[in-house]
Design a protein around this ligand. Sequence first.
Ligand code: BG6
Ligand code: MG
Length: 212
Amino acid sequence: MIKAVIFDLDGVIVSTDEYHYQAWKQISDAEGIPFDREANERLRGVSRMESLELILEKASKRYTEEQKLALAERKNVIYRELLNRLSKTDILPGVMKLITALQERHVLTAIGSSSKNTPVILNKIGLENVFDAVVDGNDIKNSKPDPEVFLLAAERLRISPEDCIVVEDAEAGIAAARAAGMKTVGVGAAAGLSGLTVAALSLEGVSVQKII
Ligand code: BG6
Ligand code: MG
């Protein structure tokens, strides 16, 4: 029986996945590294430094650890600038309706995100006090596809992993949920993956009855 729904943030609650792409694109272009939307798909759900490593696979020169840290910091400055535009109106379609329906049924909700910018984003979109637990990139050592973020969310909610379902737009996130022993809802980019409990292009097409 589903007792908790754990939501990814970027690309599920809000389309900040697009801002991640734009920020990495600026960095790659400035460094002369090939990077496009297809390459960007691999970065979904993956931590900032691991995302950079994936981008640098296509670089023609080697970067020192110090240079890598500087690039990641530059990307984050650009990304944070883009986040300044966020407001409540950027919450993706279907999200609020689903959260309200879950709360009415006393199903717990949590955020499980790899992003260290989660608190800033939740604050910008006015959802900082909505979830029963928030676990993000500041709380974990291992990024998705490692199950750490979702297992910690379940622990904070005091719900067994098998009674949780994860909503994700990333292949790495779906793999993390499975590794945690949780059910899966694949939305957007993850809707085409096989073996999902529920698949949908957007949360607008997902009724609460389908999830719980
Ligand atoms: C995830 C995104 O939610 O957060 C990744 O899908 C991103 O693309 C990761 O790299 C880390 O984000 P941040 O905000 O800590 O750089
Ligand atoms: Mg995501």
